[in-house]
Design a protein around this ligand. Structure first.
Ligand SMILES: [Ca+2]
Ligand SMILES: [Ca+2]
Length: 111
């Protein structure tokens, strides 16, 4: 039996998950994006670890700002570049321009 490699990009993302998020509150906006990501990962049975590895295209164990932006454009969540940059700042808790797995996990967990 052939093993199909799951990719977060290959699944059909329901339209309600790609619709423009209408909120003026930035924190609320980021939380809604994370919630959508959670639903997409659950729908495609992709663990967060695997999602992280797929974003980390050069495999150095951290997600650079370029890798982050590239991944979120490719995910097609209806986010503008500006919104992706804000999301990057939301994930990058120590503001070093890179998102570690620990930083990503901490945003996916309820506070
Ligand atoms: Ca990387
Ligand atoms: Ca960081």
């Amino acid at each position: 039996m052939a093993v199909t490699k799951r990719s977060v990009y290959s699944g059909q993302i329901p339209a309600n998950l790609t619709a423009k998020i209408q909120t003026t509150d930035k924190l609320e906006h980021q939380q809604k994006v994370v919630e959508r990501l959670r639903q997409i990962l659950a729908a495609s049975s992709i663990p967060l670890e695997e999602f992280y590895r797929q974003i980390d295209t050069d495999g150095d164990g951290v997600i650079s700002n370029l890798e982050f932006i590239h991944a979120f454009r490719k995910l097609n969540l209806g986010l503008s570049l500006n919104e992706i940059n804000e999301l990057l700042m939301y994930f990058d808790r120590d503001q070093d321009g890179k998102v570690t797995f620990a930083e990503m996990v901490s945003r996916f967990k309820p506070e």
